[in-house]
Design a protein around this ligand. Structure first.
Ligand code: BGC
Length: 367
């Protein structure tokens, strides 16, 4: 018994030694928004994991993707003595001046999730394989519509991207279009609005309301609808869940129901979208497990604290217009109805209470 206890305590000690740094740093975290669900999880896990590794953490949230607010947050973090900054930018191009202030004080900056352009103040980048996220969404549509086997039939799709100033959007878009373009070229896939260029399909601030307005307009101008007199809409490629939510709202208003919904993609596995997936209104979401980003951030902060080199950085793929930023890149994963339980609840990403709330909402929706 005593031996077992000793073994357990040694394992515990080893575990905490492995993940914590001998030199605690004060880490300032700047998140882009309080309005989009995922960022509250990013902020929460960053704080938890950095504190577990002995660092001190100050997390700030810009109000509804307000760049002036974020610049102010970053300046405050610098002035309050932070030794490392972790920044998920509201936009990828307007932080150059404030990050120069960090650089002047030798404060290394980690770009978080979204690449930050135009400055060598950025010392590292943690992200997901964003090209792959777009690819996974498009591959899902390709499979569901059986595009490779469609013969002389064809399918109709509309595309909704995110905010153009978010550098991830370029990657999502390229990943998706590399899959879909051959089908457009072969006339197996049509976009009746003709809006397939990135500039035509971005949604400012990833806003559900703007996605809703755009989908409403597309329904009207292309006569999309569930009735046999309407034009069939087979798929909507929505880059994330907040955009998908707006699309779904417009389609429901136009008379679609779960039996006639087009294939609709998403990203983030927001709790609202899990409800839509469970009830058959959204087809899938790409899960970006932000715990992986938080863990990689801790690795980088520890490496700064202990002046160690990280060997598995991708050093060549993320050029920010000034320099190649060393990046730690995580893998996204598709979540469909079948995988919600194991990926999101059994893994502890969402709590038992969240699961209970979701179940209650589903039950109520069936009354
Ligand atoms: C993130 C997505 C998120 C979007 C809107 C992107 O930069 O990668 O996961 O849905 O921002 O918050």
């Amino acid at each position: 018994m005593i031996f077992r206890l000793f073994k357990y305590l040694t394992a515990l000690l080893l575990c905490s030694l492995l993940s914590s740094s001998a030199f605690a740093l004060k880490v300032g975290v700047s998140m882009p928004s309080t309005h989009l669900a995922r960022w509250s999880y990013d902020g929460r896990y960053l704080k938890e994991y950095l504190e577990q590794a002995n660092h001190k953490v100050d997390v700030r949230y810009a109000n509804d993707s307000d760049i002036a607010h974020q610049i102010n947050d970053i300046r405050n973090l610098i002035e309050s003595g932070c030794e490392v900054l972790v920044v998920a930018p509201v936009d990828g191009v307007n932080l150059i001046a404030v990050l120069e202030e960090a650089k002047a004080k030798d404060i290394p900056v980690i770009a978080y999730d979204r690449l930050i352009m135009g400055t060598d103040a950025i010392k590292a980048y943690v992200t997901f394989d964003n090209y792959k996220i777009g690819q996974l969404q498009a591959n899902y549509i390709e499979k569901k519509l059986a595009l490779s086997f469609i013969g002389s039939n064809s399918a109709n799709i509309e595309i909704f991207e995110g905010d153009i100033s978010d550098r991830c959007v370029d990657y999502y878009y390229r990943g998706s279009m590399d899959v879909l373009k051959p089908y457009f070229d072969e006339k197996k896939l049509f976009c009746l609005s003709n809006q397939t260029k990135l500039d035509d399909v971005t949604i400012v601030n990833w806003s559900s309301d703007l996605a809703y307005e755009r989908m409403k307009m597309l329904i009207k101008t292309n006569n999309y609808g569930p009735a046999s007199t309407n034009t069939k809409l087979d798929a909507v490629l929505a880059a994330n869940d907040s955009v998908a939510n707006g699309v779904i709202k417009a389609l429901l208003e136009a008379g679609y129901d779960k039996s006639r919904m087009p294939v609709i993609t998403g990203q983030d596995c927001d709790l609202d979208s899990l409800f839509y997936i469970k009830t058959g209104l959204q087809s899938m979401s790409v899960f970006v497990d932000v715990r992986l980003l938080a863990k990689n951030t801790v690795r980088i902060v520890n490496s700064f604290a202990e002046t160690e080199t990280i060997n598995d950085y991708d050093r060549l793929s993320y050029f920010n217009g000034v320099t190649n930023i060393p990046a730690l890149v995580s893998e996204p994963e598709i979540v469909t109805k079948k995988k919600i339980k194991s990926v999101l609840f059994d893994s502890g990403y969402y709590s038992k209470e969240d699961n209970a709330k979701l179940k209650k909402r589903i039950k109520e929706s069936r009354k």
